[in-house]
Design a protein around this ligand. Sequence first.
Ligand SMILES: NC(=O)c1ccc[n+]([C@@H]2O[C@H](COP(=O)([O-])OP(=O)(O)OC[C@H]3O[C@@H](n4cnc5c(N)ncnc54)[C@H](OP(=O)(O)O)[C@@H]3O)[C@@H](O)[C@H]2O)c1
Length: 238
Amino acid sequence: VIYKVGILGASGRMGQEIAALLSNGFALGSDSFELCDGITQSGRLQSIDGMPLRLISDPPREPVHVWIDFSRPEATLDLLQSISTPVVIGTTGFKEPELEAIRAFAKTYPVLLCPNTSPGMSVMLRIVRETAPLGRLGFATVLHEEHHKHKQDSPSGTAKRLLSALEEAGFDSTQVHVTRAGSTVGTHTVRWVAEGEEILVEHRVTDRRVFAKGALLGASFLAKQTVPRVYRFEEIQW
Ligand SMILES: NC(=O)c1ccc[n+]([C@@H]2O[C@H](COP(=O)([O-])OP(=O)(O)OC[C@H]3O[C@@H](n4cnc5c(N)ncnc54)[C@H](OP(=O)(O)O)[C@@H]3O)[C@@H](O)[C@H]2O)c1
């Protein structure tokens, strides 16, 4: 199947990474993708492979099967007002009323809400949920996340998801530390600390292409869903 894809945030760090994969003919088994629409805000990048980028308020270039969004919460909400297709939301930093608007959209169209599109992080979340016995043994938890200095939201969407996984495992007073420095793509570390011993699980992304490939994996998963609801990245089987 060839999926027609639109990117909100096409001129951004993630948007350009996804567009580069698409330009190079990225395929997943028998699924391939075609970039058919792209939205920017400032016009700092005017086109990708000859396809002009547009503003969110401009008319769509052509129909797409699935939108991929890596932008800012306010842009995501504007997009939802203007589309009638499934959407992979990789943007982070939503507040509760914004999440409510996403849930309302998902009553009609499937939404994949994924603050981290790295398959490795899905496995880390599963590991974290399995650690309830450590709480009973007296371990306390510490979470550290580090990202590049341009990252806007803090703590990261992934850190919030790790915190809720820790809560599910019975850890409700995790210490959280955030670093914003240099060009770190994304590191999340969870430590379980007790008297005289410590367990540490760390996930490091060193190349944004990991997130970009994950977003396309998410797009091919979402395009096949017929039930409108909010899906999570951890629901994808691989
Ligand atoms: N899910 C994941 O795995 C994952 C991984 C990395 C990042 N993220 C998240 O993805 C988002 C984007 O990250 P990034 O590093 O790619 O950011 P970025 O480089 O700053 O790019 C943001 C993009 O959004 C566009 N944009 C911003 N406001 C807009 C608006 N009001 N209307 C239309 N377009 C708008 C920008 O357009 P201009 O260029 O014109 O300003 C740009 O294309 C962030 O929330 C980040 O936390 C998620």
